[in-house]
Design a protein around this ligand. Sequence first.
Ligand code: ATP
Length: 216
Amino acid sequence: MASEPRRQTALPELPTPLVVGLTGGIGSGKSTIARLFSTYGVPVIDADIIARELVSPGSPALHEIRDSFGEEYIRTDGQLDRSRLRQLVFSDTTARKRLEKILHPRVREEITNRIRGISNPYCLVVIPLLLEAGQQDMVERILVVDIPVELQYERVKTRDSMTTSEISAVIASQISREERNAAADDLLVNDGPLEALEHQVAALHSKYQALAQEKR
Ligand code: ATP
């Protein structure tokens, strides 16, 4: 049987950028680091932002959440009641898995679509639960941000109104610091001042530019 002829197009195959996945525990500094990379013009895709956009009022994901968890998780203005859902999923593993089943495939699809549209040699994808959710196949390099657990509490308390036990519940639901660090291709230690972070990001930016060059 004759094989299907390949469709000829005038467009060359678009090269995909080198995809660096940034992960780290709650309050470790992922958003701060992503901002630093973006000052170099590096495109940043943030899984948390995508997840928030996906549950906008009237969205299919929000409908699924309503069907699965109940009307009480939708506020009267049609928005998801995030703090209520957060309380549930950090105290109930089955509920967390149910929520992840609704969100993760959609977030993955959106991340893939966005990567396809990038012309920069490399991009950063921020995925807080990269390792917990087994999403390593989405990225080519894993950049882990590491901080001591005591600093996580300190920085989250300064930033948010979360209590110690709420922070503990989140940390307990995440992979341990040791396991996360063991999965790193690159490690960024964020236990010092912001200037120290800036230097590390500058060095990593040069490294990723070189690696992206090799890939092309
Ligand atoms: P989350 O997982 O909760 O979204 P995150 O990993 O994105 O958090 P950030 O929001 O970037 O963490 O940082 C947590 C807090 O710590 C923020 O208020 C940020 O400004 C602060 N922070 C980050 N890095 C440093 C640093 N090197 N020195 C002082 N404060 C810092």
